[in-house]
Design a protein around this ligand. Structure first.
Ligand SMILES: NC(=O)c1ccc[n+]([C@@H]2O[C@H](COP(=O)([O-])OP(=O)(O)OC[C@H]3O[C@@H](n4cnc5c(N)ncnc54)[C@H](OP(=O)(O)O)[C@@H]3O)[C@@H](O)[C@H]2O)c1
Length: 278
């Protein structure tokens, strides 16, 4: 049997955190607006993954998209990042927790596979631990059986990535991090990603960087490009190889964020923005 083609990695990801009972309607709106990448997590504390599944089912049945059109990404979250609503048995070993969590995600999303499965955050902020190795190997097993196409890690430092590499671990296809302009937009991690052909996904591009959005010359620059400051913030990462996420709840901002895909920034401007805050 010919395997089904996988959804391509899109230019923008729609993030579904913090939407609670608006998750289904906003995700459906995002798909109708043209987003073809959805980021979620099996972490009830911040995400309602079942709401994403509801939106997908409506979008499929009304012909907005097919499963192959949509890049679906979800995450495994350690117990310490969860509340009491766990998608696995906490007494099971970590490898089994991964299998249970992904099985539950696939049920929520009414899917037989996701396009990307991400470790939400390593066990420790200070290094890549044995627990991470166990989880990462379990995630690879899930990939090998076809329940995910690609793997990623999130909330990682350069140290985590270097330790993964030193331990001989498989490198992820994606890194998903909060992207602070004052850290050169996560310069060190991005540079590791570039060297290792890892796609860097950046979140909180607007909320982590008020000093950029409120900087008068930046506002003037956006005006001169007939764009909003937010559109320039989303155009900039693309120019430096960052795959941006937006979690907007506004139909107008969805349109604006997607329209920003058409915005090309001159190279000297990209350089200036890259260094403007750090
Ligand atoms: N891996 C992780 O640990 C992690 C952590 C956090 C987030 N994420 C992912 O990243 C996604 C995005 O989260 P985020 O932290 O980047 O924040 P966000 O939820 O995208 O919030 C962005 C803020 O910017 C505003 N905004 C968006 N587009 C705008 C526009 N064109 N003009 C003006 N304002 C605009 C939104 O307001 P409006 O709603 O009014 O537009 C919202 O207040 C999440 O949903 C989640 O999927 C992952």
């Amino acid at each position: 049997m010919t395997p089904m083609p996988h959804a391509p990695t899109p230019a923008f990801l729609y993030g579904t955190a913090w939407k609670e009972d608006r998750t289904a309607s906003l995700t459906e709106l995002a798909l109708r607006a043209g987003f073809r990448g959805i980021d979620t997590a099996n972490q009830r504390r911040h995400y309602l993954e079942g709401g994403v599944g509801e939106a997908l089912s409506v979008a499929y049945s009304s012909g907005v998209v097919t499963r192959q059109d949509v890049f679906l990404q979800t995450k495994f979250t350690y117990q310490r990042g969860q509340d009491h609503r766990l998608p696995y048995d906490p007494s099971a070993n970590l490898a089994d927790q991964v299998a249970q969590s992904l099985a539950s995600s696939l049920e929520h999303l009414a899917a037989d596979h996701v396009d990307s499965y991400v470790l939400h955050g390593p066990w420790s902020n200070y290094g890549w631990t044995e627990a991470d190795t166990e989880v990462w190997e379990a995630m690879q097993k899930e990939r090998d059986t076809g329940r995910t196409h690609l793997l990623g890690v999130s909330n990682v430092s350069l140290g985590h990535l270097e330790q993964m590499k030193a331990a001989g671990a498989e490198m992820p296809a994606f890194v998903q991090n909060r992207c602070f302009a004052r850290l050169g937009w996560d310069r060190d991690v991005r540079s590791f990603c570039r060297e290792h052909k890892i796609i860097y996904q950046g979140f909180s591009l607007l909320t982590a960087n008020p000093e950029v959005l409120e900087h008068v010359p930046f506002i003037e620059l956006a005006k001169s490009l007939s764009a909003t400051p937010a559109q320039v913030v989303f155009a900039f990462p693309r120019a430096v190889g960052i795959l941006p996420l937006t979690g907007t709840s506004s139909a107008e901002h969805m349109k604006q964020d997607l329209a920003g895909l058409e915005l090309t920034l001159p190279a000297d401007l990209v350089k200036a923005i890259e260094c403007m805050a750090g």
